[in-house]
Design a protein around this ligand. Structure first.
Ligand code: IVH
Length: 666
């Protein structure tokens, strides 16, 4: 085939598969197959540079570095929104809107207020030709090559859209990506990012777009700027944007009146910690564009929208002491012992200080009044100290020379930020390895926390990870332990038995392969399907997996070569611990969410829907609790629906649920 025709074909294929992957969350081919197509296109473009067009999918991994960002005047100013704190201010907004429109009830569209960086995307005849940051709202910075690397931004719109159209939305960094990138930065001695928003905004302003690509950013669309209107209402606009190839969050919904709006705000506030990205509130918009126009703007922003903000997640408190903690890999890191303080609705008395370098850089001293931040479910951290409040006797923190747990002299590699305890048998490391293995992100064994683990080690029941599965042999003795009893011992045994078949990605997280966090483990599980497949993977094979670099690949190979690890995996196998191999990858639309179906459902069978939820990383459940993400209720729904309403859990009908799914899923 002639190279131009093949390049066109490859572009279309890659565009289609990117759409399935990033927008519909429902890929049809494996990463390796995708990679093959991608590399074929890279090769054609290298041989025929004239075929490299501005919408080429090869631009999604970066373009040559630039010298700076030219100013980018906005076609229509990017305004900001008025804020409402709490229910009263939201009701006052509703009253103003009702007055303005002379109506007794308004139809609103309620969306997440994403905590990221807003950008503007200009398409000309369907091709992305310019991306710009918000800047001062009138002029931004041109960041087109960087935007091309962000997931959820189509380089070309699906379907014909003639002329110029501008789409706006927010660039965010997912919490799991943030955690993983920060972990790596801390290990390298780099300063960790303060929060996902800064990491996203900074990522957009990289001169080398390959660095932007490495931040794995996501975009969610929520508005149109310039161009002929794509729809007559906000709800319809978002549907159109999804059809055009943009990632759009499925949770947004129509709310009639202030009661329904407040219900959405309240439910969203509760869901906030479980969301995969940060939000700092809800944006309520008058749904009809005709009505929006009628209301118009003030100097500050639109009269037809408001940002309902969640309470701040920062607080000031006293740093009482610094405790040195030994992690599962032996890293010795400082933890702040704080005067307990309320942050974002929970009491915090411990917060991370990352590492010694970071602590010195921030010049935090014992006795200081410090700023503590808790962003969603990210671990609380000390952001800095208030110098004006520093007492004369504030104490400078010194780094320990011995492991606080086993007194072995600490060791520090020349380019490492953290000192380590080199003792492989250090009791603290063993406990931490186990705590990690049974923790929420890994095997999630209920009833087995740090205290129990320490006690069982003392009693000689636990020595290594596999021995956890031999705890049931000690059920009788455990029942006699203080704080236990027959019922809780039996419960513990049950949860250990139930955890013998974790998903492969959780198992990989649990065994602690260096450099492999939650998101890498997912990529690996999807790609290799089995523990054996991964254990036998070569370096060359591993680096082909999307998002896996050489360092991670090398760590994985090394891990599966170490005799000790081989023995551990064999022991797991002998004890009947067998990770579940992933089915053909479906997606992660419902990642981490718990969903309850109730009442009679008409257009699909409940089993079918539950199966789909599972295939998208969610958990279907039989009863409603505070942990339920949302309920899908059909006619005749009874007590479960009532419970959901009492708890403020969002309830959707069958139609609304279907709208969340890619077309034809059920
Ligand atoms: S609509 C006329 N929708 O919030 C204003 N903004 O304070 C149109 N934001 O700069 C903005 N999520 O960065 C809109 N669902 C959402 C949003 C959202 C986050 C940000 C945006 C804007 C700021 C307004």
């Amino acid at each position: 085939m002639d190279p131009a025709a093949r390049a066109r074909e490859l572009k279309e294929l890659l565009e289609y598969h990117n759409y399935r992957y990033y927008v519909l969350d429902s890929p049809e081919i494996s990463d390796t197959e995708w990679d093959k197509l991608f590399r074929e296109l890279v090769e054609i473009e290298a041989a025929h540079p004239e075929l490299k067009t501005p919408d080429s999918p090869t631009l999604t991994i970066g373009a040559p570095p630039v010298e700076g960002f030219p100013p980018a005047p906005h076609l229509v100013p990017m305004l900001s929104l008025d804020n409402a704190f709490g229910e009263d201010e939201l009701r006052a907004f509703d009253e103003r809107v009702r007055k303005g429109l002379g109506k007794s009830e308004i139809e609103y569209y309620a969306e997440y207020k994403f905590d990221g960086a807003s950008i503007s995307l200009i398409y000309d005849d369907g091709v992305l030709v310019r991306a710009a940051t918000r800047g001062n709202g009138v002029v931004g910075e041109e960041i087109t090559s960087n935007a091309r690397t962000v997931r959820g931004i189509p380089l070309r719109l699906r379907g014909a859209v003639a002329g110029v159209v501008e789409i706006r939305g927010e660039v965010v960094m997912l919490k799991e990506v943030f955690a993983e990138i920060n972990r790596k930065r801390i290990a390298r001695g780099d300063q960790p990012f303060a929060n996902p928003r800064n990491a996203a905004a900074g990522g957009l302003r990289q001169l080398d777009s390959a660095l932007t690509a490495a931040r794995k950013l996501n975009f969610f669309a929520y508005a149109q700027g310039a161009g002929p209107a794509l729809a007559g209402s906000q709800s319809r606009l978002l549907e159109r944007l999804k059809e055009l190839g943009f990632a759009v969050r499925p949770e947004a919904r129509i709310c009639r009146g202030a009661d329904e709006l407040w219900g959405f705000v309240d439910a969203t506030h509760r869901q906030r910690p479980t969301l995969p990205f940060g939000i700092d509130g809800v944006v309520a918009k008058v749904n009809s564009f005709v009505e929006q126009e009628e209301l118009g703007f003030t100097a500050r922003g639109p009269r037809w929208a408001i940002a309902v903000k969640f309470p701040a997640e920062e607080a000031f408190t006293l740093l009482r002491d610094v405790i040195w903690q030994v992690g599962r890999t032996g890293s010795i890191t400082p933890v702040a012992d704080l005067e307990p303080v309320q942050v974002g609705g929970v009491t915090v008395s411990r917060a991370t200080l990352h590492n010694f370098g970071d602590l010195t850089r921030k010049d935090v001293r014992i006795g200081d009044t410090v700023i503590v931040r808790r962003a969603g479910d990210v671990i609380p951290e000390v952001v800095g100290a208030l110098l004006e409040k520093r007492p004369a006797d504030a104490r400078v923190v010194e780094e320990p020379t011995q492991c606080p747990a086993c007194a072995t002299p600490v060791h520090r590699e020349p380019d490492d930020a953290v000192a380590k305890c080199p003792n492989k048998h250090c009791p603290a490391q063993i406990v931490e390895k186990m705590v990690h293995f049974v923790g929420r992100g890994a095997l999630d064994i209920e009833g087995l926390g740090p205290k129990q683990i320490e006690r069982f080690i003392e009693l000689g029941y636990l020595q290594d990870l596999p021995s956890i599965f031999q705890l049931p042999l000690h059920e009788k003795e455990i029942a006699e332990q203080e704080g236990f009893g027959e019922i809780s011992a039996a419960k513990l045994v049950r949860s250990i038995e139930a955890s013998k078949h974790p998903t492969l990605d959780r198992f990989l997280v649990g065994i602690g392969i260096p450099q492999v966090g939650v998101s890498t483990a997912k990529d690996l599980a999807q790609e290799f399907r089995s523990l054996e497949g991964l254990a036998n993977a070569t370096l060359e094979r591993l680096v082909q997996v999307r998002d896996i670099g050489e360092r991670t690949a090398a760590e994985i190979v090394e891990f599966f070569q170490e005799e000790e690890n081989i023995e551990m995996l064999r022991a797991f196998q002998d004890l009947g611990v067998a990770p579940i191999e992933p089915e053909a990858r479906a997606g992660n639309l419902f990642e981490g969410q718990t969903i309850v179906f109730t009442g009679s459902l008409e257009s699909f069978k409940r089993e079918q829907a539950e199966e789909f939820v599972r295939s998208q990383g969610g958990t279907p459940a039989g009863s409603v609790s505070k942990k339920t993400s949302f309920v899908v209720a059909g006619p005749g729904a009874g007590s479960k629906l009532q419970k959901a309403q009492e708890l403020g859990v969002p309830v959707y009908d069958e139609q609304q649920f279907l709208e969340m799914l890619p077309e034809g899923s059920l």
